[in-house]
Design a protein. Structure first.
Length: 329
C-alpha cells in the first residue's frame, strides 16, 4: 500500500516556517523568571527560548503536511475474474425512430441495453454509439451505473451525421480493447444496412477476427420493416418518403449482419419486439465466461485529517502558553 502526497511540491514552504521561527526567537523579549525563585534574585536573569513559538511552528508544519494531502493506496491491484469484456455498439441513426417497437426502436433498445449493463457481472463494458460516424460514449468500465447513465444520454441525433456506419463502429469497438488477454466480445445492434463510414463491415469484421474478438450482431425490426417518422420545424409529424413518393420502410440487412457474426465466430440474432430483444441480451450474457485479468481502478485512503488534527492541537496548546505570563524552555 504505497504512501504518497497529492501535492508534494508544497514541501518547499517548510523552510519558510523555519525562517519565521528563527526571526521570532531572535527578536523575542526576555523571559520572565520562574516564580518562587527568590534566592536567585541576585543572579543575572536568564533568557529562555519560547516553547509556544516552537509549538506554533510545529503546528504550521502539520498544516503544511495536511495541505500536501497525504494518502495511501488501498486498491488498484490486478485481480482475476470470470467474465467477458464487452463493447456495446448501439445504432442511433434516424431509422431508430421507427415505431414497430414501443415507444420506438431507440427507446426500446436503450431499455434493454441498460438492463444488460445492470445485470452483467464479471467483465468490463464499453459503449460506442454510431450513425453516419461512430464515437465512444464510454470506455471499458466495471461500473454498470455509470454506463446506464451514459446510455440515457443517447438518442436519435446524438450523432449529427445521419446514416449507418457499421464498419466504423466495429473498428471503434475493436480499439476499446487495449490488451490481448481474456475473452472479448462486440455486441452490435442496428436496424439498417451499412450506408456510411469509411470501412466496409466485413473488412472490420476480419480485423476483429484476427484479434480474437467475437461479434454478436442483433438485427432490430420486423421482417416487413416500419416507416420512419420525422418532425417538421413546427413539430408536425410525418413519415419519410422515397423520391417516388412511397413511404420508406426501414428494414434490417440480415445477410450482412449474419456474415459479420460468422466471420468472427459469433452469432446473429433477430429481435422482432421488446421481449425478444431482452431475451437476446440474456442469451448473449450466458454465451461465454472465461477467466480474465483486470486492474481495479486505483483508490486512496485520505490521511490529511491526522496532521490537520495534530496541527490544531499544537496551535491551541502553543496559543494557551503564549497567552500566559511565563515563558518556558
Amino acid at each position: 500500500m504505497p504512501f504518497t502526497f497529492l501535492h508534494p511540491k508544497l514541501l518547499w514552504l517548510a523552510p519558510l516556517v523555519a525562517l519565521a521561527l528563527y526571526l521570532k526567537l531572535r527578536r523575542g523579549r526576555a523571559a520572565y523568571p520562574y516564580p518562587g525563585l527568590a534566592g536567585l534574585q541576585g543572579l543575572p536573569k536568564a533568557r529562555f527560548v519560547s516553547l509556544p513559538a516552537y509549538l506554533l511552528a510545529l503546528a504550521s508544519l502539520m498544516f503544511l503536511a495536511a495541505a500536501m494531502q497525504p494518502r495511501m493506496e488501498v486498491t488498484g491491484e490486478e485481480v482475476k475474474i470470470e467474465g467477458v469484456d464487452v463493447a456495446l455498439a448501439l445504432d442511433v441513426s434516424g431509422s431508430m425512430r421507427a415505431e414497430d417497437f414501443k415507444p420506438d426502436r431507440m427507446e426500446a433498445a436503450k431499455a434493454r441495453v441498460k438492463e444488460f449493463a445492470a445485470n452483467y457481472k464479471g467483465g468490463r463494458m464499453a459503449l460506442v454509439a454510431f450513425a453516419g460516424r461512430s464515437f465512444t460514449q464510454c470506455p471499458l468500465t466495471q461500473d454498470g451505473g455509470i454506463l446506464e447513465g451514459l446510455i440515457d444520454q443517447l438518442g436519435v441525433g446524438s450523432v449529427e451525421l445521419d446514416g449507418t456506419a457499421i464498419g466504423d463502429a466495429i473498428l471503434n469497438c475493436v480499439n476499446k480493447f487495449k490488451d490481448e488477454a481474456g475473452s472479448r466480445v462486440i455486441i452490435l445492434l442496428t436496424d439498417g444496412e451499412n450506408n456510411a463510414g469509411i470501412v466496409e463491415p466485413l473488412t472490420a469484421a476480419r480485423v476483429a477476427a484476427d484479434k480474437g474478438i467475437r461479434i454478436y450482431t442483433i438485427g432490430m425490426g420486423t421482417a416487413e420493416g416500419a416507416p420512419v417518422p420525422a418532425f417538421g420545424p413546427m413539430g408536425e409529424k410525418f413519415y419519410l418518403r422515397e423520391p417516388s413518393g412511397g413511404v420508406i420502410m426501414a428494414k434490417v440487412d440480415e445477410a450482412s449482419l449474419r456474415s459479420i457474426a460468422e466471420t468472427t465466430g459469433g452469432r446473429y440474432f433477430r429481435a422482432v419486439d421488446e421481449d425478444a430483444l431482452g431475451e437476446v441480451y440474456r442469451n448473449i450474457a450466458e454465451l461465454e465466461k472465461k477467466e480474465i485479468k483486470i486492474k481495479r481502478p486505483v483508490s486512496y485512503r485520505e490521511l490529511f485529517p491526522y496532521p490537520a488534527g495534530a496541527g490544531l492541537l499544537l496551535m491551541v496548546i502553543g496559543g494557551a502558553l503564549g497567552a500566559g505570563r511565563y515563558r518556558v524552555l
